[in-house]
Write a protein that binds this ligand. Structure first.
Ligand code: CP
Length: 324
């Protein structure tokens, strides 16, 4: 690809990163190779290119976050830029300002990139139509969380040296999970085989239409999987009183030592966080040698460095192994 030939002037041919549904295999490969190369540079104490020097990134976080917010902030700093974080509490949203007005006012101050987390599905897509500012979706309601999915694929590739043909099982509250949706799209674009398992009330209607294999029993579902990704029940996205009881859920859909022993001996246990210990994941498994949860978190910084570097016109980096 010739970045100069595209109006965005970047190697991804994207103005914004809004989701993985529309990403092509080649774009995912560029993002993961560049992230791996940045991680290697950091580990070797080599300099990170200052792509964001003199640039400002506004981070609008209208929903709680630990991992995504901190890793974006660190990523901006490591690229030499200035992060400005605005949360709902303390912003003029509390005085009745609409998100669109907030975003237009921020754009008037001439930052270089907007990172948005919002509880309503579709908000980054709406803003992207109105603003000329590039936007990175840091999670919109139950819809998409593209940087989480890309860091998940980076972690799988790092451990397995391929994504194509890898068998990935996603367990739990698929219906309300933006991570599940973004992971399914990205994994399928790279040729992985995706299955889902959860109680019928936590599965989206006609989930098989997403091209996934459906299981209702965890014991059967975990057999021969390369990766098992556990999800938190998104209690905040249920109307009151509808969410399942934690005890019942843990009994039928929780990953514990007994279930781990039914998995392949080299299975990777993943979780996007935050983990509810004793519900979807026992402490024994969360802290076991099969868990790569903290590797996911570490990779999140480098994946977000790669996203912002590439969107703002930085050169893609190749990786010593072909990402496929
Ligand atoms: N995985 C994830 O999005 O975590 P946070 O909500 O802490 O950002």
């Amino acid at each position: 690809m010739n970045p100069a030939a595209h109006p965005t002037g970047n190697a991804l041919h994207l103005k914004s990163l809004l989701g993985t549904e529309s990403l092509k295999t080649e774009q995912i490969q560029i993002l993961i190779s560049t992230a791996l190369a940045f991680k290697d540079r950091w580990d070797q104490q080599e300099p990170i290119p200052p792509t964001l020097a003199g640039k400002s990134v506004v981070m609008l976080f209208f929903e709680a976050s630990t991992r995504t917010r901190s890793s974006f902030e660190l990523a901006v700093q490591r690229l030499g830029g200035n992060p400005l974080v605005l949360t709902k509490s303390g912003s003029s949203t509390e005085k009745g300002e609409t998100l669109l007005d907030t975003a237009k006012n921020i754009e008037a101050m001439d930052p270089d990139l907007l990172v948005l987390r919002h509880p309503s599905a579709g908000t980054p897509f709406l803003l992207d139509k109105t603003l000329s500012l590039p936007i990175v979706n840091a999670g919109d309601g139950f819809h998409e969380h593209p940087t989480q999915a890309l860091l998940d694929l980076m972690t799988i590739f790092e451990r397995r040296k391929r994504i194509q043909g890898i068998r990935v099982l996603i367990v739990g509250d698929i219906a309300h999970s933006r991570v599940a949706r973004s992971d399914i799209y990205a994994l399928q674009a790279m040729g992985a085989e995706v299955s889902v398992c959860g109680p019928p009330t936590l599965l989206p209607p006609k989930v098989e239409k997403m091209g996934v294999t459906l299981f209702h029993h965890l014991e059967q579902a975990v057999e021969n999987q390369d990766v098992v990704m556990m999800l938190r029940i998104q209690h905040e996205r249920f109307s009151s009183g509808q969410s399942p009881s934690k005890g019942e859920y843990a009994r039928f859909y929780g990953m514990n030592q007994r279930i781990l022993e039914m998995c392949s001996s080299d299975v990777l246990i993943m979780h996007p966080g935050p983990v509810n210990r004793g519900v979807e994941l026992s402490t024994e498994v969360a802290d076991s040698s099969r868990s790569v949860i903290l590797n996911q978190v570490a990779n999140g910084v480098f994946l977000r460095i790669a996203v912002m570097h590439l969107l703002l016109g930085g050169e893609p980096f190749s990786w010593k192994e072909s990402v496929r």
